[in-house]
Design a protein. Structure first.
Lengths: 183, 300
């Protein structure tokens, strides 16, 4: 990675117009810019980038995927009469949109279902139940006229090469949490 | 050839007016960002983060409990909105921009306590920080500031160039890191097909799901597979946009198309990042065409 940075900076610093522009600003601003660039580069290389926040590692779609099985999670609210209500956690907590909520619940869902008998899985299940319950409570606060009393989480999976239509998706209930009404 | 390269001109034109406009534009984006998403919702979620960012690691648990309470988060949100308005409007501009940037860093850090950071938001944050350091308060401000006659035109151009550099560097880092970590396997296998399907099915931000169209016409998956290395190459070449106007035009069009396709298929929203492309245009020329007058300080 460091070598690639060299490929980026070496040509740039050799451009006379850039040198002139860079040297024309005050020393303080030059130091500031160099610090920003150094931190950006270091955060990209370092494994402990969370310490350098707001400078972070820029990485998207970097690990090759061999699996053909697509796994995702779906949610369903339950009214007081136990009839299902469409439920979208991201809609309830919009601050965690942009896949933040999906990823959070996905990681917990995977942790619970991958080795269900382990001690850690029990802990994760407790965690997931608390999270789902909290989202449900917030939903009740935001929807005073359409309260829910429970929330279900389903694990959905299908083979991407054999997908025909939605009936190819296997849907299994993995968790049901009670939801408090918001006072 | 080397001499020809070193003598290349930098296609950048920063002025008090363009930097003032950028200040309004970027702080207005952040204003709507904070306004649209009520951060106080986080008070309802149990704190499960295993990896806090930098300064959150040293905040004692009892303080964190207060910070993550609804009254604190509501107050924090309104204070942030207040300073963002001051920054954009140009009232106590330098101080309000510095405070706004601090509050934005804290805002995104709080979100990170509950999930991951969105890369598309970070160049916008860096741009706001840079505007707070560079002279972006010399035009389009409500306050009457005394114009610093020692200020050279290069100060404005350097600021615009550095924001462009940050945007290009973000793309460059993503592209290079993908090649280093993923190797050729990431492009030859079915990784992109997998992500397209996974994101389309699991993402609940938007109601549409175009991935079903892909299943009806599987040949479309080939376009995704071919497009992936092409886009990665463009990301790696992003810094060329700093020195070549022709490549810059090609790069912006390609990236906007790419972000639109990614939004429609995978529902990943790069809207904020795409809005930052405005920095690649000659804003002063654009504003002249619109006959926008420069209020106060920089009018002299």
């Amino acid at each position: 990675m460091a070598l690639f940075f060299l490929f980026l900076f070496l040509p740039l610093v050799n451009i006379k117009a850039f040198q002139k522009l860079f040297l024309s600003v005050s020393l303080g601003k030059r130091v500031f810019m160099l610090t920003v660039v150094t931190l950006m580069c270091y955060a990209q290389i370092s494994k402990r980038w969370t310490l350098l926040y707001p400078f972070v590692q820029f990485a998207m779609f970097t690990r090759p995927i061999a699996s053909k099985e697509v796994v995702y999670y779906e949610y369903e609210g339950l009214s007081a009469g136990k009839s299902p209500i469409p439920f979208n956690p991201t809609e309830v907590v919009p601050i965690l949109r942009q896949r933040r909520m999906e990823k959070k619940l996905h990681l917990l869902g995977d942790a619970v279902t991958k080795v269900p008998a382990s001690n850690k899985a029990a802990l994760y299940k407790q965690n997931l139940t608390a999270t789902i319950g909290s989202i449900g409570k917030l939903y009740n606060k935001k929807h005073p006229h359409s309260q829910i009393s429970g929330l279900r989480m389903y694990k959905c999976r299908f083979n991407m090469d054999r997908y025909q239509n939605d009936s190819s998706i296997k849907k299994v209930l993995i968790l049901e949490a009670n939801v408090e009404s918001h006072q | 050839m080397i001499t020809k390269f070193t003598n290349l001109p930098l296609p950048v034109n920063g002025t008090a007016r363009s930097l003032g406009f950028l200040r309004i534009f970027i702080f207005a984006i952040w204003f709507f960002y904070v306004l649209m998403d009520p951060i106080q919702d986080l008070a309802y979620l149990p704190l499960t983060a295993e990896e806090f960012v930098s300064f959150f690691k040293i905040i004692p648990a009892s303080y964190l409990k207060v910070i993550l309470s609804e009254p604190f988060l509501v107050t924090f949100r309104y204070i942030t909105l207040f300073f963002l308005v001051l920054s954009a409007a140009g009232v106590f501009t330098r101080s309000s921009m510095a405070i706004s940037c601090g509050l934005l860093v804290f805002h995104l850090g709080l979100i990170k306590c509950f999930s991951h950071l969105q890369h598309a938001e970070l160049p916008l944050l860096y741009a706001a920080i840079l505007l707070a350091v560079f002279p972006s308060a010399d035009a389009f401000t409500i306050e009457r500031r005394r114009y610093d006659s020692k200020r050279s035109a290069q100060d404005y151009s350097m600021a615009v160039f550095f924001i462009m550099f940050i945007v290009c560097m973000a793309y460059f880092e993503v592209g290079v890191f993908r090649v280093i970590r993923g190797g050729t396997g990431i492009f030859t296998g079915n990784s992109m097909k997998y992500w397209t399907i996974l994101y389309a099915f699991s993402d609940q931000d938007y109601d549409f799901n175009f991935s079903r169209v892909f299943f009806s016409y599987p040949v479309l998956f080939n376009f995704v597979k071919i497009g992936f290395p092409v886009i990665t190459l463009l990301e790696i070449l992003a810094p060329v946009a700093l020195i070549s106007k022709k490549f810059r035009f090609f790069f912006i069009i390609s990236m906007i198309l790419f972000h639109v396709v990614v939004f429609l298929t995978m529902k990943i929203n790069f809207g904020g990042m795409s809005l930052l492309y405005i920095v690649f245009f000659d804003l002063d020329k654009l504003l002249s065409k619109l006959s926008w007058k420069v209020p106060y300080a920089a009018r002299a």
